[in-house]
Design a protein around this ligand. Structure first.
Ligand SMILES: [Cu+2]
Length: 152
């Protein structure tokens, strides 16, 4: 009986936060001496939230970046947040938003898993963190019939 009460209370507290789903998370593999890399993923939320930060044990600092074309030049800049509207999804992908892993402690090797901790904030300012296991690979997942010659 006591156990049942604990479980139902836990359910109530979970129901109050946004349901944030992170899919296809991956981190670009690095070569020796390379100190930075990017993490990419698709984020969906049932409530309006903002991605406001991230951390990981594999790098000293994680920053949210945005890449965009300015004239003929691809520019990368740090942003404070990525807004995810209620019921919508946002894709962090090469050439757009990404999470930059700064000062890597060791190279990111293909086939390994990188643990990321994402920090979100809802419209009332309530914080929520989501743990993500990102796959290390050289480029975005390629769908069948569209393989090879990517990422250059
Ligand atoms: Cu970047």
């Amino acid at each position: 009986m006591k156990h049942l009460i604990t479980v139902s209370l836990l359910f109530i507290s979970l129901a109050a936060s946004a349901e944030i789903i992170v899919k296809d998370a991956w981190v670009r593999t690095t070569v020796a001496e390379q100190k930075v890399t990017g993490a990419f993923m698709q984020i969906t939320s049932d409530k309006a939230v903002k991605l406001v930060g991230a951390n990981s044990t594999v790098a000293e600092a994680l920053e949210i970046h945005e890449m965009s074309m300015q004239g003929d030049v691809m520019k990368m800049r740090q942003v404070n947040e990525v807004v995810i509207d209620a019921g919508k999804s946002v894709e962090l992908k090469p050439g757009s938003y990404h999470i930059m892993l700064m000062n890597l402690k060791k190279p990111v090797q293909a086939g390994s898993t990188v643990n990321l901790n994402l920090e979100f904030q809802d419209t009332e300012g309530k914080k929520q963190s989501v743990k993500v296991k990102a796959q290390a690979r050289a480029s975005a997942k390629e769908d069948a019939g569209h393989a090879h010659h990517h990422g250059h």
